[in-house]
Design a protein around this ligand. Structure first.
Ligand code: ZN
Ligand code: ZN
Length: 305
């Protein structure tokens, strides 16, 4: 299955050095999940030629402006374009009230329905599930209710040996049974083909963890153990460790420690402070702890795994 993460915006509080507020697009086959929607997200979507009509799911990590001030604009544009499809909005407590109030006072009645899914702070919750994926919240430590999101592919079915298709004349029902791990039986109940002989183990399930604004929180590694792709905020470099702690943010080394403890395949760093024009120091410090680290450079696409 094709899973891909595209970075839209990667800066923290202030727009600086051509870096924008936080926003990402996670693609599973042809389904698009917009994760956070800072100011300017619409322009970034346009810049990267992503059709907003294809976005059916938006997830918001918390109510600091750099993560959602672009949302009302995007929702309004969807309305102006005549959207009819439902939109799922996975949201912190309070966001539904804010959006409803903004629409009320502009006397806007959306052409589509927003299905608000409000998550509970400080709890791991299943907030979305379809045939392809589950999404659970990852409670962050940020001074205000804040949540990351863990995307996990659904359990996959067994794979049938290629030769089996050629040599055996199986019906679609029999093939389906094999994929479900069942044996093929004769009418008298005797085993005609054993599942193990004809099938291979399923492909591994892939996962992506989005860890939004947070103070260093090593306890999350348990939930995201063996994650394939991990995004973790790294607002500061090591020299600002104290400031990171008091402002509920993380340093690059702390993010890398989470990646190492979680046994992640790859780490992506983002949410950079405007104080860093160049990001080499952030990347270098993280790589001393976890070599498989990259920066969330805007526009970059990362494949999972
Ligand atoms: Zn932020
Ligand atoms: Zn924040």
């Amino acid at each position: 299955m094709s899973l891909e993460l595209q970075i839209l915006g990667s800066n923290s509080a202030a727009f600086a050095h051509r870096r924008h507020h936080t926003s990402q697009l996670f693609r599973i086959q042809n389904q698009l999940f917009l994760i956070d929607c800072g100011e300017g997200t619409q322009l970034l979507l346009k810049k990267h030629q992503i059709k907003i009509s294809k976005i059916d799911h938006i997830l918001i990590s918390h109510l600091h402006g750099d993560h959602y001030f672009g949302l009302i604009g995007l929702l309004s544009t969807m309305h102006l374009f005549g959207r009819q499809k439902d939109l799922t909005l996975v949201a912190p407590p309070g966001l539904a009230e804010i959006i409803t109030l903004q629409l009320k006072h502009s006397q806007t009645w959306l052409s589509y329905n927003i299905d608000f899914v409000e998550w509970t702070p400080d709890q791991v919750e299943l907030v979305f599930e379809n045939a392809l994926v589950t999404i659970h919240t990852i409670p962050m430590d940020h001074g205000v209710p804040c949540s990351g999101f863990l995307f996990k592919e659904k359990e996959k079915r067994r794979r049938i040996h290629r030769e089996v298709f050629k040599e055996l004349n199986l019906t679609p029902l029999e093939i389906s049974k094999l994929k479900n791990g069942e044996d093929i039986l004769n009418t008298d109940g005797a085993i005609r083909y054993e599942n193990q002989e004809l099938t291979l183990d399923p492909h591994p399930r892939y996962s992506y963890a989005y860890c939004s604004d947070t103070r260093f929180k090593p306890s999350i590694t348990e939930q995201i153990k063996d994650v394939n792709l991990l995004y973790h905020e790294s607002t500061f470099a090591d020299d600002m460790e104290e400031r990171a702690h008091t402002t509920f943010h993380s340093t690059a080394k702390e993010a890398a420690t989470v990646a190492k403890e979680a046994n992640a395949d790859k780490l992506i760093l983002g949410h950079f402070s405007a104080r860093y024009r160049e990001l080499d120091v952030i990347l270098d410090e993280a790589r001393t702890v976890f070599p498989e680290t990259e920066l969330a450079i805007e526009g970059t696409k990362f494949q999972v795994p």
